[in-house]
Design a protein around this ligand. Structure first.
Ligand code: FES
Length: 131
């Protein structure tokens, strides 16, 4: 803990005091190449911290992370397909993994998804009695 305390109370303030940060924006134009080079680690660290913070609190990223549907009709607020029960034939398989290229019908892509993720999703199969 002593090392952390020294870093925060002594080393970091001394490092920041040594940075060639000008008093005005126009002062940046008078910095030498060596001054700019000494600012690179500081600017890089601050940029990384800002990026990580923004990513952590970005509600759109959190929404996408929890989404079930990765890419089918993402421009629609809700994906709905209707089928006439008379047109279903003897047997039809509907995708429940949201990865089929023939969505809403299953094309077997769930097998690849299950292998890659350890998931266990599969289609809902509708069939006529006795078929
Ligand atoms: S492809 Fe999605 S359940 Fe088969």
């Amino acid at each position: 803990m002593e090392a952390v305390s020294t870093l925060v109370r002594v080393s970091l303030p001394n490092y920041l005091k040594g940075l060639p940060i000008p008093n005005s924006f126009s002062g940046f134009s008078r910095l030498s190449a060596t001054d700019w080079l000494s600012l690179v680690p500081f600017v890089g660290t601050v940029s990384l911290l800002v990026y990580v913070t923004v990513q952590a609190f970005n509600p759109n990223l959190r929404k996408q992370k929890n989404a079930i549907n990765p890419d089918i009709q993402k421009d629609c607020p809700k994906v709905v397909h209707m089928a006439d029960i008379e047109d279903l034939g003897d047997k039809v398989s509907y995708c429940r993994c949201w990865r089929s290229k023939k969505f809403p019908l299953c094309d077997g892509t769930h097998n690849k998804h299950n292998t890659e993720t350890g998931d266990n999703v599969g289609p809902v199969v509708l069939k006529r009695r006795g078929k």
